[in-house]
Write a protein that binds this ligand. Structure first.
Ligand SMILES: Cc1cc2nc3c(=O)[nH]c(=O)nc-3n(C[C@H](O)[C@H](O)[C@H](O)COP(=O)(O)OP(=O)(O)OC[C@H]3O[C@@H](n4cnc5c(N)ncnc54)[C@H](O)[C@@H]3O)c2cc1C
Length: 322
């Protein structure tokens, strides 16, 4: 048993960067284990990841099943565990998001396997155990975690892994699944999706985030974001004040992001916020308090009033593009 199974639930008809980077995680593990990497694609966009085949994957399994049209955590877990058992995989991997938080512990329970979440690196494998790196204490420490047993379940942070190169062809099969996957006492009622005109936070290359210093006025943040083709983020203080919806929150209890460029405006840089963005490649901070903790992680810091600095920044970018 040295093969890896990556289970994905794409949120749209195209495989996202997160989906592809999670396959990258699976390939990294398979490479060290000396086995193959298969990908199981579930949910209403089941064919999505197979639209863009990637190098190194042995087989794509598409889980086409009525109980997965609007999948619950129970139905996903039943399908993943079924395929995992049939293939006798060493590692069952997925992406550490809200869907995995609901389904992956159930997969681990069904397989009697240990589970590791928020994996940012795969360290080593021996016949007895697999060793991973994961952040803890709001990202202030990196823990080395060993998971023993014949099968291990792991959810990775896709921002820590690279999507593999595209390939011309893929082997695609329908996954064999049992007749019933859904739990008899739980059913899907309704899904409410937020339609975004900007990139999704976890997918964006650039994020412009606003904190309490905006006083709830996000017009400048949004203007700068649109100029840069960026996503908009927010601190929890902003979300708690009802200035921006919950979906925009970055941090320990929000979304974990690692864009190429993170611009933090009027944000103090509380430890819980840093937990969600400190792995950004370049961090720019605009804050009128030179002692704000955000400057400790910022690559570029501007001590200024955001209501004066952002219009100047916008004007300079527009001028530079003429
Ligand atoms: C269990 C727990 C989980 C949490 N999870 C999260 C999380 O996921 N994400 C998160 O963000 N927080 C989280 N928090 C809250 C966190 O502790 C902070 O309270 C929050 O991040 C502060 O938000 P802020 O930086 O916008 O506000 P503040 O800390 O009030 O900072 C506002 C900053 O704006 C600056 N400022 C004010 N006016 C201007 C201006 N005109 N121009 C420029 N700068 C200006 C100020 O100098 C200040 O530094 C959590 C807290 C707990 C206890």
């Amino acid at each position: 048993m040295s093969d890896t199974l990556i289970a994905l639930v794409p949120s749209g008809p195209q495989a996202s960067r997160s989906d592809l980077a999670t396959i990258g995680f699976g390939l990294a593990v398979a490479g060290k284990l000396g086995g193959a990497c298969d990908v199981l694609v579930l949910g209403p966009h089941g064919g999505a990841a197979t639209n863009r085949p990637v190098q190194g994957v042995r087989r794509f399994f598409v889980a086409d099943h009525p109980d997965l049209a609007h999948p619950t955590g129970e139905a996903l877990a039943a399908a993943i565990a079924y395929v995992a058992k049939a293939g006798r995989y060493r590692l069952i991997g997925g992406v550490a998001n809200t869907t995995a938080r609901d389904s992956f512990p159930r997969v681990a329970a069904r397989l009697g396997a240990p589970m590791v979440s928020d994996v940012v690196a795969f360290r080593s494998a021996d016949p007895e155990k697999l060793c991973f790196t994961k952040p803890c204490f709001s990202g202030n420490l990196l823990a080395e975690v060993e998971a023993a047993g014949p099968t291990v379940v792991a959810a990775c942070r896709p921002s820590a892994f690279e999507p593999p190169s595209a390939s011309d062809a893929a082997t695609i099969e329908n996954a064999a699944l049992p007749e019933r996957l859904a739990h008899s006492r739980k059913k899907f009622v309704e899904a409410q999706r937020t339609e975004l005109s900007r990139p999704e936070l976890t997918e964006a290359n650039t994020i412009v985030s606003g904190g309490r210093g905006t006083k709830g006025d996000f017009k400048l943040i949004e203007q700068l974001a649109d100029l840069l083709g960026a996503a908009v983020g927010a601190s929890r203080a902003v979300v708690d004040a009802g200035w921006m919806p919950n979906d925009f929150q970055v941090g320990q209890t929000g979304k974990v992001v690692a864009p190429k460029l993170y611009i933090a405006c009027g944000l103090s840089g509380a430890i819980q916020h840093l937990a969600g963005m400190r792995n950004s490649k370049t961090i720019v901070a605009i804050n009128k308090d030179s002692g704000a903790p955000i400057f400790e992680v910022a690559d570029y810091g501007l001590v200024a009033d955001l209501f004066e600095a952002i219009p100047q920044l916008i004007a300079a970018i527009q001028k530079g593009r003429k």
